[in-house]
Every structure is written in C-alpha cells, then in structure tokens.
Design a protein around this ligand. Structure first.
Ligand SMILES: [Fe+2]
Length: 463
C-alpha cells in the first residue's frame, strides 16, 4: 500500500493520519493488517482527537509495550531472626515510634508519665500501644496502654461510642479523655484515634493495566486446572483486555504445599512439593512473555512461615521462566507511579476471629481494619508467626494506592480513603476446611485494574 492509499483508508474510517504514522504502517506487507491497525488505532483516539499518531500505532501494534513504558519498582524487606528477646523489644518500640509519629502529627499527645504526674483535667491526649483489654462487671472496658515512659489504664465507659471501637492487642492508638479527681491512673476516654490513611488524597491517574491473582493451590485435587488453562489462553488471545495487560501480581499460595493441615495428603493430587512447583511453572510459563509476572509466597508455599516471608528459594525459582520476578511477602510493587501493597493475608484470620461482625465472606472489611491500623498484622501471638528484628516490617509505612491480598479465597473489591482494596480470591474449589466453616469460595475470577481510571474489571474463568 502506498502513502495515499493509507491516508485514504484512514479518512474512509473517519480519521486523519500523521505522516510518521503512515511511514510505520506502510511497511506492513498485508493489506488486511494495515486496515485492522488503522481501525484499532482509531479506537485509541480520545474524544476530540482525530489524528492517528505513531504512539497510537505503537499502542496497537505492540500492545504489550516496551520495557521503558512500564516502570516497575519492587520493594520488600526480610530479616534474619537471631532469636533474641531484644529483637522483639526493638520491633515493638519501632512499631510504637513510627505509628505514634503518625498519630502525634494530628494529636497534641503528652507522655503517659507526665499525664500521671499532672493528674486531673480534660482534653488529655495520649498515644500508646494496647497491652491488655478487659471487660468490667459493670459493662465498661478497661484498656491498658503503654508508651515509652509508663503505662496507664483507659476506661471505655459502658454505653459510650468509644466502647464500640474494635480495639486489638498490640495496636497503636491515640486517646482523648479526661482524668477525674485523684484517679491519676485512669483516663476516661471520649475519642479513640487510629494512625489511619491520610484524607483528601489526590485522585491518582497513571497508565497501564495490572492484574491481581493469588491462591492457585497447584497440587490440590480442588485446583481448577481447566479454568487456569482458559485464563492463560485468554491472555494469549484477547486483544482488548489482555492485550494491554502489563503486569500480573500473584500474592502467594502458588501450590497447595504439604503438611499444612492434618490429613492434607488426602486432598493432594501431587504429593511432592517440588513436583507441585514444577507443575505450577508448566501452567504459568505460557503467560505471554511481555506481561510481567511478580510472585510472592503465602502460607502454603515452601518458604519460612514467619512473616515477612522471603522469596521462593532458588531451587524453586529455577522451575519458572527467568523473566518471572520473585519477591517477599509483603511487598510494595510500584507500577508507573502507582503503589501496590501485596500481602498474602494470613492475618485476616486473626482479624476475622477478633473483630465482631467480620467474616470470610467480606474480606474488604477485614482489609480495611488493617489499613486503619497501618499494620498488616496488628495482633502479636495469633495465627501469624512474626520474625522479629530492629524494624517492624509489617507496618504500613507507605500509603498504598492499591491494597491486594488473597488467602481467604473470597473475592472482594472496595475502596477506603482513596485506596483501592482487592482480594483476588483463588483457583481452588471448596475445600473440606471451607465446607466445615460454610465458606463458599470465589473461583477463577481475575481482577484487572486500569491505572488510567483506577477502574476495575473482573474477568470470570470459572464457567
Ligand atoms: Fe490459599
């Protein structure tokens, strides 16, 4: 096709075409291909735009984009625990200081030691870590709070709003209250503050698409292999959604693992852990090579259970294509300026167990509790084993634009204070564990986020 014919073809479709764009497509040998490229490039035009440029052509012809268009920055940290008592002390001090700092920006807090010295008064602010919660016979609650100077009791009066707050052990909170008479050790609370996410965040707009998934459980008899294969085929063939997907994040439980719960072997289709990963790699390697794949571990994977979890060991990574990126759990993945916090979600068990009204059917609400506390696992000593160190690595220092978890196997999409919350469910049909607890999992759903609009589309491969 010559230049004039291409310009004519574009005009016939209602567009003008830039000279440089013509130069790119005139090299295509197939007339039909040129026709299709012009048609699809036209669809990329914004409302007031009528001119097809080289950018539009590149977007259409090279839909999986070049390396420089997708900027991926990965940040995670793991520690090596020496098993010394001081490491726990350091971790909790770090938690108190960093979350306390967030609260103290908003609250004129005094040290507990000084508050106790001063005695009575109202509008007293303190910031501390919750070390004990008890109900009294009269229906009040007494919370022990600790800062670096002292500890004090906080009374949450019966019938007040503050008693309805779902306080958790080891979370860092701020309290506004008063001390009556000579009872210097008891602060009567009237408001509870949490570190929380900043309000009035600017609406983020970037570019590119990111897909979130987790919990394949390859090796289990309940892994939905046919759905997974349909999904990979879709990635290979679909132009409109998969064609411009830049990155897939897998938030753990790639395999079913072995010895995770009693009698698990009865539900294993592949009984050897390395064979499970070999199979997982086979099933994932056909994901088109221009889609970046980032994989972090979960509690079924063959890495240490204590969080933060390190990436898969080399022996397992070697089964997978070299282009896959293996990261720790949790992990911040910044794509084109959008900050995704990906965490497998083991602590959701603790939240669901400890906060009334929480449920496996509503992961968004449980994940919101984590965001408000700016911590991925606020309760120490629950289901999450923590590897201590100088810094509390499960603390949410940075505010995520997207907060992604798996683990509970139920799909959840929500928003909280400018953060998009996604639980990506999984690829495993109902297990005996879930049957016993009446949990109906969501299977083979794939959320795709358009970073331009921050809109989300759920693709369903279950049928
Ligand atoms: Fe899982």
């Amino acid at each position: 096709m010559n230049d004039e014919e291409i310009v004519g073809l574009a005009m016939k479709n209602g567009f003008l075409i830039d000279r440089d764009a013509v130069n790119i497509i005139k090299n295509f040998s197939d007339k039909r291909e040129i026709y299709q490229v012009i048609k699809r490039a036209g669809k990329c035009l914004k409302d007031s735009d009528v001119v097809i440029t080289p950018d539009h052509i590149n977007d259409v012809c090279f839909p999986h984009k070049s390396e420089n268009k997708t900027d991926l920055r990965i940040r995670y940290d793991t520690n090596v625990c020496k098993g010394e008592y001081e490491e726990f002390t350091d971790m909790f001090i770090d938690r108190y200081r960093r979350l306390g700092k967030i609260l103290k920006r908003r609250l004129p807090a005094s040290a507990i030691k000084n508050v106790k010295k001063r005695g009575g008064g109202s509008d007293i602010f303190v910031v501390g870590m919750v070390s004990n919660i008890q109900k009294t016979r009269n229906g009040h609650k007494i919370v022990e709070m600790e800062d670096e100077t002292d500890l004090m009791s906080v009374l949450l009066p019966k019938g007040s709003d503050v008693i309805k707050e779902d306080l958790l052990l080891d979370e860092v909170i701020g309290v506004k209250g008063s001390i009556k008479g000579g009872r210097r050790n008891i602060l009567i609370a009237d408001t509870i503050f949490r570190p929380d996410l900043p309000v009035n965040r600017e609406r983020l707009r970037s570019h590119g698409k990111i897909g979130l998934t987790s919990d394949l459980h390859v090796g289990s008899v309940t892994f939905k292999e046919d759905s997974w294969k349909r999904f990979v085929k879709f990635l290979q063939r679909d132009e409109e959604v998969a064609g411009d997907l830049d990155c897939i994040i897998v938030a753990g439980d790639v395999v079913e693992g072995i010895g995770i719960y009693p009698n698990q072997e009865r539900e294993l289709f592949i009984k050897n852990i390395f064979d499970q990963y070999r199979e997982a790699a086979n099933l994932m390697e056909d994901i088109p090579s221009d889609i970046k794949v980032v994989i972090s571990p979960g509690n079924h994977d063959a890495v240490r259970q204590a969080e933060p979890q390190p990436p898969f060991p080399e022996k397992i990574r070697d089964f997978f294509p070299e282009r896959f990126k293996f990261v720790g759990n949790p992990c911040y993945i910044e794509m084109n300026g959008v900050n995704v916090l990906s965490y497998h979600g083991r602590s959701l068990d603790d939240i669901i167990q400890n906060i009334p009204g929480s449920s496996y059917n509503d992961p968004v609400s449980a994940m919101t509790h984590l965001l408000k506390r700016r911590h991925l696992s606020p309760i120490y000593g629950g289901r999450v084993a923590m590897s201590p160190g100088e810094r509390d690595l499960l603390l949410m220092g940075d505010v995520p634009d997207i907060f992604h978890c798996g683990h509970v196997h139920t799909l959840g999409i929500g928003r909280y204070s400018g953060t998009l919350i996604v639980n990506s469910a999984g690829w495993q049909e109902q297990t005996s564990f879930q049957r016993e607890r009446n949990i109906e999992p969501d299977v083979a759903k794939f959320p795709v986020i358009d970073l331009g609009s921050m809109g989300i589309k759920i693709l369903d491969f279950g049928g």
